[in-house]
Design a protein around this ligand. Structure first.
Ligand SMILES: Nc1ncnc2c1ncn2[C@@H]1O[C@H](COP(=O)(O)OP(=O)(O)O)[C@@H](O)[C@H]1O
Ligand SMILES: [Mg+2]
Length: 359
């Protein structure tokens, strides 16, 4: 097992070569680390800036062995890392952070909600089903409307269907591919918030101010942070963060998506055991951003401060919106972050811009 704190010059492994991996690699480089990215695609956003790229699948034993030869500490930029890959890396003496427990909880929406409720972090009411008949029965008990989601592998609103009438539940189950599903009561929220939090190897925690998030077609469009919230909401978010981080014996940065309910309660929607799109504002709103914070945590360094020094409006640049780069670059209050993706497919996250406002 590696010794902590990991000194500069050590190599940090990253599973996944997308924009989150890229921004993690950039933050790691600034602290003097080398990085090794494992990614299927030879030309990836993270691979372009990492010290080493290993081209291969996350479940490819030879690729995992190559990663373990380079890096004694490995993290990831997406939560669908196969559990067997984590076990394999651990068997090779690698420390994987966040750990297997956080991954298994975040990979299954039912396990996630069960964990949250048991930890004192409330969620919407839910049921689950493995068959069309089971989905119909669960919907009959819960009543409609409800939101049906695949238990595993959904992201950016994919793998979800609204069920307006109980009689539609069996059809929705089939339309989602006949896979195990969760059925969720509709959240009567005023707005969506999120909190980015971190826990170090010594158990210390750090929580950033809340962000207010706006989605379009299931994809994050815009975040405003720090969000203007009542003090009890900020307090509740910190309490939830502490419970989740401790309950998972967590190491690293976590993104916690929240619903601010009409009745004043705060419910957890889902957790992401990684840096999160709604935390990109910290790059230009805080002295230590979520990427550096994550590197610090997994490397066993002290966590950095989380106080904001600016209010940020973060806008995702989706598809050909990235063509506005020259105009955005000319705006004095806009900081541009581009991901190096070659192909601007519709809806694809190509970059983001942080617009600076006075606090
Ligand atoms: N139970 C719910 N009630 C109302 N809206 C929901 C509910 N669950 C999710 N949503 C909406 O759908 C979006 C995507 O759902 P989420 O569970 O976060 O999936 P994803 O993994 O795709 O981000 C949320 O940000 C929210 O706008
Ligand atoms: Mg979400």
């Amino acid at each position: 097992m590696p010794q902590f704190p990991l000194p500069p010059g050590s190599t940090l492994g990253i599973l996944g070569g997308g924009q989150l991996g890229r921004m993690l690699a950039l933050a790691a480089a600034r602290l003097g680390f080398e990085t090794a990215v494992l990614e299927r695609d030879a030309d990836s956003p993270a691979g372009q800036v990492a010290t080493h790229t290993i081209v291969g699948g996350y479940d490819d034993p030879a690729a995992l062995e190559a990663l373990a030869r380079l890096a004694r500490v490995v993290t990831y930029e997406f939560e669908n890392v196969p559990a067997a890959s984590v076990l394999k890396l651990q068997a090779l003496g690698v420390d994987v952070a966040p750990g297997a427990e956080a991954l298994s909880v975040a990979q299954d929406r039912v396990a996630e909600k069960q964990f949250l409720n048991a930890s004192g972090a409330p969620t919407v009411a839910f049921a689950f089903a493995d068959s069309a008949a089971g989905a119909a029965a669960a919907a009959a008990t819960m009543g409609a409307p409800l939101l049906m989601k695949t238990r595993r592998e959904g992201y950016d609103g994919k793998g979800q269907r609204w069920v307006e009438h109980v009689a539609d539940a069996a059809g929705a189950f089939e339309a989602l591919g006949g896979r195990p599903v969760i059925l969720e009561a509709p959240a009567d929220f005023v707005r969506e918030l999120s909190v980015i939090a971190a826990r170090g190897r010594d158990g210390a925690t750090a929580v950033y101010p809340l962000a207010e998030n706006h989605h379009e077609h299931g994809i994050l469009r815009r975040s405003l942070a720090p969000a203007l919230v009542m003090p009890h909401i900020a307090f509740e978010a910190e309490k939830i963060s502490a419970r989740v981080l401790q309950g998972l014996n967590y190491v690293g940065v976590i993104g916690i998506e929240l619903f601010e309910m009409r009745d004043g309660r705060l419910l957890v929607n889902e957790i992401a055991p990684r840096v999160h799109n709604s935390g990109h504002w910290t790059q230009d709103g805080c002295s230590v951003d979520q990427f550096e914070q994550h590197v610090r945590a997994v490397a066993g360094w002290p966590l950095g401060p989380t106080q904001p020094h600016a209010r940020i409006e973060m806008l995702n640049l989706l598809g050909d919106e990235v063509d506005q780069w020259a105009k955005l670059a000319a705006e004095p209050d806009s900081r541009l972050h581009l991901y190096g993706k070659r192909d601007a497919k519709p809806g694809r996250k190509m970059g983001h811009v942080n617009k600076l406002r006075a606090l």
